[in-house]
Write a protein that binds this ligand. Structure first.
Ligand code: MLT
Length: 407
């Protein structure tokens, strides 16, 4: 019989969001009349802007005509879309040859690990989007969980005490550093000065940063960097991974991209971009052509305007959620709320309590699903994350229930 990939045996828990969904299902089965509202997974809820959906529909209909039909496209993505991303979202900070179109950021994060193999050292912000660590365990770059975390992973705590920016000196030279800003789950956005520190550290210590910018369009403070390539020196130490999921509501449609600078090199001087091209042409067959037509529509002026309106809508939810958790009942319970207005996530600490216990209380007493902070890493314990994705009416109802909760 074949031996099981030991990475799977090393994983100590199921993937966070299916586990949250399982608990919700269990609760719903036991309380069939409960109207449960999900502020858990960051899943978009608002309809696609018509302009964008129509471009996809037109493209799909074109496929039914001899002139409009096309089969496989370039694995790296439609040239026009690559060019448009470089122009609109990077404004000359990246060249189209450095843009690779994909089926989403999570898939790119998984595939990118093939570039570095199982011997690479990993450093993650703690808490962090679980794919960085779980993906590293599956490919064998991280080992067993010794109770405080996985072997081979350096956890960089990001807490209120350090303003959610980690102490970098704990990272070993030649590590792969995962860094997410605006951060999932804390909502913190690194300033230019903070990212400069990170970039300088990486260049000095032979590290490569995987910069996850999936929430960049939620940044409303113009002084905050939307891409790591705004930082001098990033082209020799960083890869950026990004997505249309959150700005365009493409969570189900699926479209993302990565930026791998031509200046980025491995220790032997070979090009990271060239190997990434090999990965994308070998392990991927290009994003759906229909969806790429939608991506192009997003980047037209009408698409950009429509995306901004949807994000404004979610940010209004976020402001209401923040206010709710700052209410008297939560204050009395010692809750601390962290939200800067530049992300769809609100991060709330309940000092002395366990995240899953808070999750259970809010589910049981308010029928509101949140995400337990401990699921994002050891430093997330005692926190919960509340997602601002949701219809206004549902968020208002959830906030009403939460504000009436006696703690
Ligand atoms: C989250 O809730 O953290 C994300 O939306 C999940 C995902 O994007 O995979």
């Amino acid at each position: 019989m074949l031996t099981r990939n030991e990475g799977f045996a090393n994983l100590t828990a199921g993937y966070l969001f299916p586990e949250v969904a399982r608990r919700r299902r269990e609760y719903a089965a036991a309380h069939p009349d409960a109207k449960i509202i999900s502020l858990g997974i960051g899943n978009t809820t608002e309809p696609l802007p018509k302009f964008i959906a129509k471009k996809m529909a037109d493209y799909a209909l074109g496929l039914a005509t001899p002139e409009g039909y096309s089969g496989y496209g370039d694995e790296q993505g439609n040239t026009e879309l690559r060019k448009k991303i470089a122009e609109v979202w990077y404004k000359g900070l990246a060249d189209e040859s450095e843009v690779f179109i994909s089926d989403g950021a999570k898939c790119d994060i998984a595939r990118i690990q093939t570039l570095f193999g199982r011997k690479v050292k990993i450093a993650v912000q703690d808490p962090a989007y679980p794919v960085y660590v779980d993906g590293s365990v599956i490919v064998g770059a991280a080992g067993k969980n010794n109770g405080t975390g996985y072997e081979g992973v350096t956890y960089m705590p990001c807490t209120p005490e350090n303003d959610f920016f980690p102490e970098l000196s704990v990272v070993e030279p030649n590590s792969l550093i995962y860094f997410c800003s605006p951060n999932n789950p804390t909502g913190a956005v690194a300033t230019k000065e903070q990212l400069k520190k990170l970039v300088d550290f990486a260049n000095k210590n032979g590290c490569i940063i995987i910069f996850d910018g999936a929430y960049r369009e939620f940044i409303r403070d113009p002084s905050l960097p939307k891409t790591i390539f705004e930082i001098e020196g990033a082209r020799t130490c960083a890869i950026e991974i990004n997505s249309f999921s959150k700005p365009a509501g493409f969570t189900g449609v699926r479209l993302g991209w990565s930026i791998v600078p031509n200046d980025l090199k491995f220790a032997d001087g070979t090009s990271v971009n060239r190997d990434w091209n090999r990965v994308m042409t070998t392990l991927f067959n290009g994003a759906s052509n229909v969806v790429q037509a939608g991506g192009l529509a997003c980047l037209e002026p009408e698409g950009l305007k429509a995306m901004k309106e949807v994000i404004d809508y979610y940010l209004e939810n976020a402001a209401l959620i923040k206010k709710t958790f700052e209410g008297e009942n939560f204050k009395k319970a010692g809750a601390e709320v962290y939200f800067t207005g530049n992300s769809p996530y609100i991060w709330v600490q309940f000092p002395g309590l366990k995240s899953w216990d808070v999750f259970d209380t809010l589910l049981d007493k308010c029928r509101v699903v949140t995400t337990p902070g401990s699921g994002f890493g050891p430093a997330g314990e005692s926190f919960i994350r509340i997602s601002a994705f949701g219809h206004h009416a549902d968020v208002e109802e959830a906030c009403k229930r939460l504000s009436e909760l006696a703690l």
